[in-house]
Design a protein around this ligand. Structure first.
Ligand SMILES: [Zn+2]
Length: 145
């Protein structure tokens, strides 16, 4: 078991910024068959409940983004991703703010993690990988929405 590189400061920031995650499977049509080729994990957080807050240059938003990015960068270190994925890309959507209808159009910043799977591995590893993602994010205090 690896020790968590994410300190308690990150965990308290996760709580402060109400960070949560969303999961989007990525499918491809291969020989007429729909197959899972990877997934996207979105880490989303915000620092204010002010619904009119829409300033891409806001330093606090930038800080939220840097926390999300640190978590995204730590994930492959603390899971067995390295053995299982083909590519691991992070898009921090810098200078972008998203409005979330699910949160009453609250503005938030987000970081996307794209994981593309290595088909040479076993059948059930997608679920294993997803379980690892869940475990890791749970340990950071981040819940799925
Ligand atoms: Zn802000």
């Amino acid at each position: 078991m690896t020790t968590s590189a994410l300190n308690s400061q990150v965990q308290s920031l996760v709580a402060e910024y109400s960070v949560f995650w969303q999961f989007w499977p990525q499918f491809e049509q291969i020989h007429g068959e729909r197959r899972l080729v990877g997934f996207e994990v979105e880490l989303i957080g915000f620092h204010t409940s002010d619904l009119n807050h829409l300033d891409p240059a806001c330093p606090a938003c930038r800080h939220v983004r840097s926390v999300l990015l640190a978590i995204a960068l730590a994930m492959p270190r603390e899971t067995s991703f390295r053995r299982n994925y083909l590519t691991y890309n992070i898009d921090s959507h810098s200078n972008s703010i998203v409005c979330l209808p699910a949160l009453g159009n609250r503005s938030a910043v987000w970081v996307s993690i794209y994981v593309f799977l290595n088909r040479a591995n076993g059948q059930s590893f997608e679920t294993d990988l997803l379980n690892e993602v869940k475990t890791f994010l749970n340990r950071c205090g981040i819940h799925q929405r």
